[in-house]
Design a protein around this ligand. Structure first.
Ligand SMILES: C[S@@+](CC[C@H](N)C(=O)[O-])C[C@H]1O[C@@H](n2cnc3c(N)ncnc32)[C@H](O)[C@@H]1O
Length: 214
């Protein structure tokens, strides 16, 4: 079995395919890979998530995966700077069968919005927006998560990180800002005793970490 078969093990269904098509039509936002989505759903289910924060709503793909793993009646709070993407996401959540009050969509820059969310009130935080801000999203996530909650970063290993080999780093050194964001968060998570990390080789790296209990 090839690697592709592993990646496609949990395929996208109609609502996810529609969300992906809307993202392609609008452009400028990239839905999570199906394999990343399947991990998000798994993690949300494993921690029994009732509340989650998503940074980077896009057209709703990752939100659907998260909500599908969360407990019945749960709430996803999702932040994005682009109203048109969030309009599409709202449609996608409805098409996937979720009630409007399960999806709290907040328009704005994540670093402006996150300080308004309550300490220790969330079971899961998923970061999929501006990689340069990932270290700040980590700080916010540590405040927002309850003990035993999980934070995940999509594309955590964007080019040039100290965890990549030299060849990969050289190839992608044309965007050092992005590289620095990804690099920082991978190193920060690995060295934080409050976190139990795992790095999965999906896309540009899916980094997840469980916040230890008190
Ligand atoms: C990779 S896409 C998210 C895709 C989405 N998670 C999905 O699976 O469909 C990144 C998103 O982050 C949003 N974004 C970029 N910078 C942001 C910021 N500073 N705060 C909030 N959202 C931001 C973009 O508008 C874009 O929709």
């Amino acid at each position: 079995m090839g690697l592709l078969a592993y990646a496609d093990y949990v395929p996208e269904d109609e609502p996810l395919l529609a969300a992906r098509a809307n993202a392609a039509d609008l452009g400028g936002t990239e839905p999570v890979l199906p394999a990343v989505g399947a991990v998000l759903r798994f993690l949300a289910c494993a921690v029994g998530a009732k509340t989650a924060v998503e940074i980077g709503t896009g057209c709703g793909s990752s939100g659907i995966w998260l909500l599908r793993g969360m407990r019945p009646g749960s709430t996803l709070t999702s932040v994005d700077t682009e109203p048109e993407y969030q309009r599409m996401a709202r449609k996608a959540f409805a098409q996937a069968g979720f009630a409007q009050n399960q999806c709290r969509l907040i328009l704005g820059r994540a670093l402006d919005v996150l300080p308004r969310l309550s300490d220790g009130a969330y079971d899961m935080v998923f970061c999929d927006a501006d990689v340069r801000d990932y270290p700040d999203y980590l700080t916010a996530a540590l405040r927002l998560l309850r003990p035993g909650g999980v934070v995940a970063f999509n594309n955590a290993l964007l080019a040039g990180t100290d965890l990549q080999d030299g060849a990969d780093a050289a190839e992608s050194s044309d965007d050092d800002d992005l590289a620095d964001g990804g690099s920082d968060v991978a190193a920060l998570v690995r060295s934080d005793d409050r976190l139990v990390p795992v790095l999965l080789p999906l896309g540009q790296g899916l980094l997840a970490a469980l916040k230890r209990g008190d």
